[in-house]
Structures are given as C-alpha cells and as structure tokens.
Design a protein around this ligand. Sequence first.
Ligand code: GLV
Ligand code: MG
Length: 325
Amino acid sequence: MSFTIIDNARARLNRSELAVPGSQPQFFEKAAQGPADIVFLDLEDAVAPDEKEKARKNIIAGLNTLDWRGKTLSVRINGLDTHYMYRDVVDVVEQAGDKLALIMIPKVGTAADVYALDMLVTQIEAARGFKNRIGFELIIETALGMQNVHEIAGASKRIESLHFGVADYAASTRARTTNIGGANPDYAILTDKDETGSREIHWGDMWHYALSRMVVAARANGIRPIDGPFGDFSDSEGYRAAARRAAALGCEGKWAIHPSQVALANEMFTPSAKEVERARRILAAMEQAKRDGRGAVALDGRLIDIASIRQAEVLVRKAEAIGAD
Ligand code: GLV
Ligand code: MG
C-alpha cells in the first residue's frame, strides 16, 4: 500500500439516482414514495429557461413540506456559466439547506469550479447555523471535465461522487451517437475472414474509456463513481446491459431518468445472494487461514488471498447496508 492513504467519502447507497424535473412538482410525491436510493430535483437541463424561477420555488417548497421518508435528496443546480446558478445555491441552501444531503453540480470543468461552490455553500451553512454539511455530486460531462477529472475529484472534502453525464459528454466531444448512453453500431470491429470467408461485426462500448477513466479518478479519491442516463426507457434490456457493464467496471449505481428504471438500477447494483454467500465463505476461509498461520488458501479450487478479503468485505458491507444478505 502507498504511504498516501485514501480517505473514503461518506458511504451512502447510490444504486439508483432518480431525476425529477423541478418544474414538475406533481412527481415529487411519487419520487418520495418510490424505491430510489437518491432523488435529485433538477433545476438544470430538464427545466426550460422561463421555468427556472418557478422550478426553484417548487423545489424549496417540496423540500420543506413533503414527507420524504428519510430519502437522500439532492438538487441539480445550473452550470457555473449561467446566471441562474448563484440564485439556485443561495435560495435553495438558505431556505431548505437543512433538508438537503447533496448538491449536484453539472458540467464541472476544473477544480476551481468546485472550490467556488464550496466557498459559497460553506458561507451559507455558517450563516444559517446548519448542523448538516451538504455533500457534492459532480457530473463529468465535458471534454474539459474529463481532461481534469483527477484534479476535480480531489477538489473538496464535500465531494461524494462523480457521475458520467453521457449525453452532454457526447455533445462536448462531438461523438456520433444514436441514443443517450446506448451502443452505436458504428463503434464496432470487423473480424478477419474465417475459413468460409465470412466476417462478423462485434459491437464495442464507445463509452468504455471515459467511464473507466472517471472510475479511476473517483476511486483514487475515495468517492463513488456513478453511471449516468440511459435515454431509451422502453428498452429495459438495454438499460440492464449498460448497468451491468458499469457495475463490472466499479460503478456503484446509475441514473434513472424515468421511474421504471429505478428498480432496474437497484436490481443490477445489488450483489446477488450467491455473491454475498461466497464473500462470507471467503472471509471465513481467510479467518481459518490466519489461525493456521497461512497467507493464502484455496476455495472452490481457486486461490484467495488478502486482496480477496478486501473485495469480500466491501461486498458484505454493501449487502448489509442494502439489507440484501
Ligand atoms: C447528464 O446530465 C448528461 O448530460 O448525460
Ligand atoms: Mg448533462
């Protein structure tokens, strides 16, 4: 292990993160009752410019008056390049900051963007005497943000998670896409001819590099990597496949841009009973090895060692948090 110790951000369940437009307060109650781990009320791209002020008021009223049943709540503010942002932060945090666990900052480009928000939120919290400290979720969704992702991930102690905003990322990098977060048949490999002369097309995941880069930056800074939206909410199999890929890379959850995607995210990011059971057996086998003075043992014909313990411990802790064991 390095002499540099990574402090982990506050742990929270973040399997599903449901987006709810601030301009649609009729959906707040349903979101409060639903199974999403985190709900983010949106002031940014789901809200038209002439609805921004009303949406802000809706969100403040919703935070203060609805029974959210202990749900983790976030508000996505507008970008730092807009004149809406300062008022989003000042009004929402001053008037409802004690109800808010997180602020989601879109299109973060540099570490200084986070610093600026940290300063503002710190002042408002101090002035209001709030006991809670609001955490930050940062969306990495521009070429600039991806270039600076490592610096950004360590820019404030408030940061809890990085989110891959694939829609804006595609726009920023001018990627050719078909649907938000989905596969593109142009991003494929043509195999060599086989003995019969035929060739196959193997689709690739055009988001692999970006998501993977973001995962590394998040984990190296002790924060959660979260995968962003999947636009076609009628395609549950496509959503599952995208979520499975993100989970395989180390992401802890994925956005739901429609309530029907929440259960899919919860399903895909909950470890299976079989995985949990195996993790428990690894921990038990390693306990026994320790007692016997051995560093590594075989379980089901495979080597397990100290690294296996760390993975198993993370999995069991997660299962306990979910109540899925
Ligand atoms: C999310 O904000 C995205 O742009 O994908
Ligand atoms: Mg976006």
